[in-house]
Design a binder for this molecule. Structure first.
Ligand code: C5P
Length: 224
């Protein structure tokens, strides 16, 4: 069967990574969470106190960043490594979530991440989720999915996930963060979040995880 490229884009907390991970498992494809790359870059910038309005500082910092994904046998996840350190946990902290969209809007940062993402797709057999994967990273991908869900449901799902790790978090904080990221991601100059004209819309407001997987596997079959 022909190995294809599958892109999954959409708003924050629509369950893109959940679907991407499951598709990759079923098809024995590579799964890449491109958001983890922007989060790892942001973590580095925060730790190194990079002034993101300084092009010079940003470019110098990018030269010092090495990102790699390694499969974690215990969790079954593809963990991201920043200069040799597994940062899968710290990149999910609120401090990173609050800064990531500003960092991801920087042209040099996007060029840095997109070049690596395109390299990962050279052999095909990949599912990548993000905001610009079907529009900018793999505009010729065989299957493009654009995910969406009711905003209140997205906030609730995200809140439940974060609350399990940090009981101090409030629903309001989560709502504010999702709204802010969606706004910045949709309005930035470089590759804003858009549905690619040839993407299939998947609204999972009323779908279970199994139902959405079934739907997506059907679309894959048609493209293989
Ligand atoms: O996917 P996740 O929500 O973890 O992504 C974190 C942030 O990274 C997004 O809010 C967005 O600002 C940025 N991002 C991006 N382009 C991508 C993936 C993520 O700009 N392809």
């Amino acid at each position: 069967m022909q190995r294809i490229i599958i892109t999954i884009d959409g708003y924050s907390s629509c369950g893109k990574s959940t679907l991407a991970r499951q598709l990759a498992r079923h098809l024995r494809y590579i799964f890449i969470d491109s958001g983890a790359m922007y989060r790892a870059i942001t973590l580095y910038f925060l730790r190194s106190h990079i002034n993101i309005s300084s092009n010079k500082q940003v470019k110098k910092a990018l030269e010092d960043i090495n990102l790699e994904f390694y499969y974690n046998e215990i969790t079954g996840e593809n963990d991201i490594y920043l200069n040799g350190e597994n940062v899968a946990i710290p990149i999910r902290e609120m401090l990173v979530s609050e800064a990531v969209s500003e960092v991801a809007a920087i042209k040099a940062v996007r060029a840095f991440a997109v070049a690596q993402q395109q390299k990962m797709g050279e052999q095909k057999g990949i599912v990548m989720d993000g905001r610009d994967i079907g529009t900018a990273v793999f505009p010729n991908a065989e299957l493009k999915i654009f995910m969406t869900a009711d905003p209140a449901i997205r906030v609730e799902r995200r809140f439940k996930e974060l609350y399990a790790k940090n009981p101090n978090i409030t629903l309001e904080e989560v709502r504010h963060n999702l709204e802010m990221r969606d706004y910045i991601d949709s309005n930035r100059e470089v590759s804003p979040l858009r549905k690619a004209p040839d993407a299939i819309v998947l609204d999972n407001t009323y779908l279970t995880i199994d139902q959405q997987l079934k739907l997506a596997l059907g679309w894959v079959k048609e493209k293989q």
